[in-house]
Design a protein around this ligand. Structure first.
Ligand SMILES: *Cc1c(COP(=O)(O)O)cnc(C)c1O
Length: 370
């Protein structure tokens, strides 16, 4: 028996009839871009997030890039980003011509440490860009506090956090603009690439709406130097189906996380996720740390359990940022890259598999049982 990290085929199979009907609706409509499905998804997702507006775009990287552009971030500006994140967060900053400035994580939550932001602010700083990594909400209020005190804008990277709540309220409109990815493996995933922004700022939403479609509001009238980054009707129709199952699927993730937290407490060397009392995570990933991470991963692989590392190389150590002026040493990001391990979690993972993963972690910690 093998335990997959995430079974996307099983997820699609579970909703196959509903997805087939949604696809048929698009095929029969004869309208494939910027139509009724996208308009409906934007309304439904904005409502789900408690935001005034949602604008669908081509992918999560474009959501971040267009949000930064719409806020006017560009050449000569600095954007504060976590040292510990997926590289897309940094690449979006670079894509608009601004410079990513790394701030370390709180070692307990692995998310941007609000207490370290102030020291990274310079006269060039324009935006603070926290990430809700693994689906764990970042501590938004103190981040907003320090940003507002310095006249900075805040963009959230919520690509891993669909449905997560911060202080009881769903992510989607706590700051200036929130960016989403619907990459197939995310908690709300399309059958290809898709992304969106949500915001309460209707003018900002309108700018992103223009930027995603050649800077145009009215066909053949181009007010901005926009791009082509439109969420297509097929992805929008599929996401509308999946959105109606998101809470139920997130609840299953939370139940698996609760089992791991209960069953793995006290396993030697293993550090479990820390969940602050103000956080309701989306449990996109269940990330543990272990000083002998590579050997632990081999132990699980040998027993047929798939695990992944999010992420093995921090952005500042990637070739893409070699020689980058703002890059300093990030020992916390380095230590996380060397010790993190993501255990299998997903709405289709059964109890037997979860028990098997937990048993294998216990047998690793107790060599006599190996
Ligand atoms: C997935 C992801 C992105 C990028 O999304 P794409 O849709 O793949 O472009 C950005 N940031 C984070 C934290 C992500 O996990």
């Amino acid at each position: 028996m093998t335990v997959p990290f995430l079974d996307l085929g099983a997820a699609t199979a579970e909703l196959r009839d509903e997805i087939d009907a949604a696809l048929a609706r698009v095929l029969d409509s004869g309208w494939y871009l910027l139509g009724d499905e996208l308009a409906a998804f934007e309304t439904e997702y904005a409502e789900y997030c408690g935001a005034a507006r949602c604008v669908g775009v081509g992918n999560g990287l474009d959501a971040l890039t267009l949000a930064l552009r719409a806020l006017g971030a560009g050449d000569g500006d600095e954007v504060i980003v976590p040292s510990n994140t997926y590289i897309a967060t940094w690449l979006a900053v670079s894509a608009v011509g601004a410079t990513p400035v790394a701030v370390e994580a709180d070692p307990a939550t692995h998310n941007l440490d609000p207490a370290r932001i102030e020291a990274a602010i310079t006269p060039r700083t324009k935006v603070v860009l926290p990430v809700h990594l693994y689906g764990q909400p970042a501590d938004v209020d103190p981040i907003l506090g320090v940003a507002r005190a310095h006249g900075l804008r805040v963009v959230e990277d919520a690509a891993q956090a669909h449905g997560a709540r911060y202080r009881g309220r769903r992510l989607g409109a706590h700051s200036d603009v929130v960016c989403w990815s619907f990459y197939p493996g995310k908690n709300l995933g399309a059958l290809g690439d898709a992304g969106a922004i949500t915001t309460d700022d209707t003018e900002l939403a309108e700018r992103v709406r223009m930027l995603r479609n050649y800077g145009s509001r009215v066909k053949y009238v181009n007010e901005l130097r926009g791009v082509n980054s439109r969420m297509d009707e097929i992805q929008a129709a599929v996401l509308r189906v999946k959105l109606t199952h998101l809470d139920e699927w997130n609840a299953r993730r939370a139940s698996i996380a609760a089992t791991y937290l209960r069953e793995l407490a006290g396993v030697g060397g293993l550090e479990l996720p820390t969940v602050p009392e103000w956080a309701d995570p989306a449990w996109h990933l269940f990330v543990v740390t272990h000083p002998e991470r590579d050997r632990l991963q081999q132990h699980l692989t040998a027993a047929g359990v798939q695990t992944l590392i999010h992420y093995p190389i921090p952005p500042y150590r990637q070739g893409a940022y070699r020689g980058h002026p703002a890059v300093g040493a990030s020992p916390i990001a380095d230590r996380l890259a060397d010790t993190v391990l993501s255990l299998p979690i997903g709405p289709q993972l059964d109890d037997e598999s979860v028990a098997r993963v937990a048993a294998l972690l216990h047998s690793f910690a107790t060599p006599s049982n190996q």
